[in-house]
Design a protein around this ligand. Structure first.
Ligand SMILES: [Zn+2]
Length: 75
């Protein structure tokens, strides 16, 4: 699972030369700090990532349930 989310469209903040913010929810990257939780509640990117996370968790077998006797069943 990804820990940091930095693969998003970033927008330069005009008044701050080195500051960037998310194109989606307009929150500065320095505030987001790569964490999904720091996005706005109604952020489209956050909603999309959460959807993918849920889908991934649903599709992939959980590590905690990984049993060596089933190793041949992978792929
Ligand atoms: Zn956002």
């Amino acid at each position: 699972m990804k820990t940091f989310y930095i693969d998003y469209p970033q927008k330069k903040i005009e008044e701050h030369q080195y500051a960037y913010r998310w194109a989606e929810c307009k929150i500065p990257t320095t505030v987001i700090f790569g964490l999904l939780e720091n996005h706005a509640q109604d952020c489209e990117y956050r909603a999309q990532q959460r959807k993918w996370m849920q889908l991934e968790a649903h599709l992939k077998p959980h590590r905690a349930h990984f049993d060596e006797s089933h190793i041949n069943e992978v792929n």
